[in-house]
Design a protein around this ligand. Structure first.
Ligand SMILES: Cc1ncc(COP(=O)(O)O)c(C=O)c1O
Length: 365
């Protein structure tokens, strides 16, 4: 079976670099918030072209802290998309916010100014825009909308690290931006990890406090909502050793999606993205197609030795946890996507032979 993802292969390819990085940490005797972590924060900030990056324990924590740091607290209204795995919803719920769901653009499957305009209200405190499957949302009109309505924009860049539009990186457009380094992400840790990026000194200061019990200084708790959520030294060292490879790996992901895209007949379905470049807002992450008959396509690909997955099958507003309280909400593009998206194998270490086999299987559908 050709897997959808296989983090072991990245390990094999750069074993020596990883061993050196891990050895440095083991020898240092410093395992939390030490030199690797500090260097990684600076290197990521410089890569993104932002003032501050703050390492935290996961992408979901990064989203939660970003929301808190831009001023959200219990009872505040936050607008998010509903086709992106409930991560933004979980973060907003952790803060105690009320969620409103906006539909996504049917072509990009990301929020747009058009889909947000009717949903953002006078009391909305923040909007979380999730860049999905490696593709950045069309941010300029969204930035304008948020600015006009006095709403904080938070970007979820967990699936789009390295993408740029108009020379500005995903993660540099909003008041704060969240990143995840989950092992299948474009920049992957060997465990959990995350970061928040921001140009705003006060937001950065609050996040540094939130990730460590609310401390402004050691043992002086000044920010509420804080807890322990730190990026440890081992993960930071792994991420530092991998960051210089990120653009090359992203290019390989794009190449793979591009090849799949050319192999799939339009009568069967179409890829959500796959054209364009990192500078046009697309890095490649998951290879996701909208297919007409998902069950049949999955079965055929399975028989051809190609594993598939679904990101994501249940829209946030239909999750059982709500017990029907969003029953009246209709989000046609979101609901359609959740029924028709299909993820194919896509990671930089896929061999050309494997990519060819997936293309052959797609062409035969
Ligand atoms: C779009 C998106 N946001 C947030 C997250 C949450 O990140 P984490 O798993 O590191 O908490 C993920 C991935 O897991 C994601 O894909």
């Amino acid at each position: 079976m050709i897997p959808v993802a296989d983090p072991r292969r990245a390990l094999e390819e750069s074993r020596r670099e990883l061993d050196e990085a891990l050895e440095r940490v083991l020898e240092s005797g410093c395992y939390v918030l030490g030199p690797e972590h500090d260097a990684f924060e600076l290197e990521l900030a410089s890569y993104l072209g932002v003032e501050h990056c703050i390492g935290v324990a996961s992408g979901t924590d990064a989203l939660e802290f970003a929301l808190r740091a831009v001023g959200c607290s219990e009872g505040d209204e936050v607008v998010v998309s509903a086709n992106a795995g409930f991560y933004a919803s979980a973060a907003a719920l952790a803060v105690g916010c009320r969620l409103r769901y906006a539909d996504v653009d049917p072509d990009t499957l990301t929020l747009s100014a058009e889909t947000l305009a009717p949903v953002v209200t006078a009391v909305t405190k923040a909007v979380v825009v999730t860049h999905l499957y490696g593709l950045m949302a069309d941010l300029e009109p969204i930035v304008d909308l948020c600015h006009d309505r006095g709403v904080a924009l938070v970007e979820d860049c967990a699936q789009a690290l390295g993408a740029r539009r108009d020379g500005c990186a995903a993660g540099s457009w909003g008041r704060a931006a969240a990143f995840s380094f989950y092992p299948t992400k474009n920049l992957a840790a060997l465990g959990d990890g995350g970061a928040v990026a921001t140009d705003d000194d006060e937001v950065a200061e609050r996040i540094r406090a939130l990730r460590q019990y609310g401390w402004k200084e050691k043992y002086s708790v000044e920010v509420s909502g804080g807890r322990n959520s730190r990026l440890d030294e081992l993960q930071a060292a792994v991420l530092r050793s991998r960051l210089p490879h990120l653009d090359g790996w992203n290019a390989r992901r794009r190449e793979i999606v591009g090849r799949y895209r050319r192999a799939l007949r339009s009568a069967v379905g179409s890829f959500v993205s796959g054209d364009g470049d990192a500078d046009e807002g697309y890095v490649g992450h998951l290879a996701v197609a909208l297919v007409n008959d998902r069950a049949a396509v999955r079965a055929q690909l399975h028989d051809a030795g190609v594993a598939t997955a679904v990101h994501y099958p249940i829209p946030d507003h239909r999750q059982p946890v709500w017990r029907g309280s969003y029953g009246e909400v209709r989000l046609p593009a979101t609901e359609y996507a959740c029924e028709h998206v299909l993820t194919l194998p896509c990671f930089p270490e896929l061999t050309d032979t494997e990519v060819e086999r997936v293309c052959d299987a797609l062409a035969r559908l």
